[in-house]
Design a binder for this molecule. Structure first.
Ligand code: ATP
Length: 457
């Protein structure tokens, strides 16, 4: 059942761990305004010392946006809540504007949280938003003529999403109807802004919103129930894939993953293909999983015998010694000046305490890799060298990159591996495989989900 009880704040927040404080993302619309006031009420009663910061992003896309942000500031002042307005000042693309605005919004919210040492961001997404999201994904699947995201995308928005492997974005209102939140605000005599973009049917979401408005409550509840089932399936599939990764994948040398061929006959083929997709995306440094159909075809060919194929910028080399995955040598990043922190090739977070600009980051290269001695273990040295060649290395700027002469040998770069498909947005549904891959490639563990008594999303 949907949550429409009068005192909403009793049930919405008690499972959330506010130890690291909270940023409330408040646009000034009804949902996030209600979120803020309900949250304030909850924290005042249960943990008044909690650091709470309301943040409004002024996207600068509509004439009224600055005034709306000011209205939120005024409301926050009334309730004694610290508030910041952050402007999106970068260039605005002519296509894909909603996606770019969303990107900028999360970046700015995360920056505000970091500045305050807060690891938690709350948004006001509601059950209505969830139903819209699920219907939009459904329509996209149908439009493409296949259900590549079925069981994943149809789960809708997760209750928690880890942003940039650092801040948790939590959506406490996902089970609450917008109408209940508006009733609450009316009872409190608090107004809100109505964003005209929300009814501009030039955009996909407002079209779906308008269509949903004509449907029954049962239709909405049915949609949400299906999303709930899809979420359970997605978590189960992720847990099975994580188990397979733990059992059948190892990381024998830098940039190289070895799969035990027993993975191909481990029983749960769906989970095995899912595990393969996640590892392909991670190895190739791609933020999205390779297509289901292509991955299934590759899986079938791997079963049929030895091969060398490429998918998701990853060379899949199946031979007697095992199935090896490594970044293909094509399209590696061009040399760039090494500065502070950078995401390199979607695969490595490079942190450097040198801002002189005198160093370049460039691939280690086949020539340098060839000259290194390799342990003659179970892993073919040629594969270890090929994987190493696609790793980043630091080069003194101005040096010739041809590696002739001892003095020009590149320095190894300390670079943290990235779980590419989940590095930017990790929905809590996918925690299990993200943890398994993080363990496999030896990167920073996933920060704990801020839900007390829950280990999964
Ligand atoms: N400009 C913004 N500043 C801060 N947070 C925002 C902003 N826009 C959206 N959000 C956050 O993202 C959530 C979902 O965004 P969405 O665009 O669906 O909401 P909205 O219709 O603009 O406003 P609301 O959800 O408050 O009614 C909001 O509830 C809010 O938490």
């Amino acid at each position: 059942m949907l949550d429409t009880e009068p005192d909403l704040s009793t049930s919405l927040f008690s499972h959330i761990d506010f130890t690291s404080g909270a940023v409330a993302a408040v646009s000034g619309g009804s949902d996030s305004t209600a979120l803020l006031l309900l949250l304030k009420h909850h924290l005042d009663r249960t943990a008044p010392a909690t650091k709470l910061l309301a943040v409004t992003i002024d996207h600068g896309l509509r004439p009224g946006s600055a005034a709306e942000a000011q209205a939120v500031a005024k409301l926050c002042a009334t309730y004694g809540i610290p508030h910041r307005i952050l402007a999106w000042s970068g260039p605005k693309p002519s296509t894909g504007l909603p996606a770019a605005a969303r990107e900028a919004r999360y970046r700015l919210l995360a920056e505000a949280a970091q500045a305050e040492g807060i690891g938690l961001i709350l948004t006001g997404h509601t059950a209505d938003d969830q139903a819209e999201t699920v219907l939009m994904r459904h329509a996209r699947d149908e439009g493409r003529g296949h259900a590549d995201t079925a069981g994943r995308g149809l789960a809708g928005m997760a209750p928690g999403t880890l942003y940039n492997w650092r801040e948790w974005i939590v959506r406490p209102l996902l089970g609450t109807r917008r109408s209940a939140l508006r009733d609450f605000l009316r009872r409190e005599h608090v107004g809100w802004a109505d964003d005209p973009t929300n009814i501009d049917e030039a955009f996909e979401r407002p079209r779906v919103r308008a269509a949903l408005a004509g449907e029954s409550v049962e239709y909405m509840e049915g949609t949400l129930m299906l999303a709930g089932q899809a979420a359970v399936e997605r978590r189960q599939l992720g847990a099975s894939a994580a188990d397979l990764i733990d059992r059948f994948a190892i990381h024998p040398s830098i940039g190289l993953i070895r799969l035990d061929p027993c993975l191909l006959s481990a029983g749960d083929e769906r989970a095995a293909v899912y595990a393969l997709r996640i590892l392909l995306a991670t190895t190739g440094g791609i933020a999205f999983l390779p297509y289901q159909a292509r991955s299934e075809a590759l899986f079938g060919r791997l079963r049929a015998g030895f091969l060398c194929a490429t998918l998701s910028r990853t060379v899949v080399d199946s031979r007697r010694a095992g199935i090896f995955l490594r970044r293909e040598a094509r399209d590696l990043p061009a040399p760039v000046a090494a500065t502070g922190r950078a995401l390199w090739d979607g695969r490595r977070h490079i942190t450097l305490n040198d801002s002189s600009g005198a160093l370049l980051i460039a691939p280690f290269g086949a020539a340098a890799a060839k000259r290194l001695a390799m342990d003659e273990g179970k892993t073919p040295p040629s594969l270890m060298r090929a994987a190493l060649a696609a790793e980043p290395a630091l080069w003194p700027a101005g040096e010739c990159l041809d590696l002739s002469g001892e003095s020009r040998a590149p320095m190894a770069v300390e670079a943290r591996p990235v779980v590419a498909p989940f590095a930017r947005f990790l929905p809590s549904f996918d925690l299990a495989p993200a943890r398994a891959v993080a363990g496999l490639i030896g990167t920073t563990p996933v920060p704990p989900l801020p839900f007390s008594g829950h280990s999964a999303g």
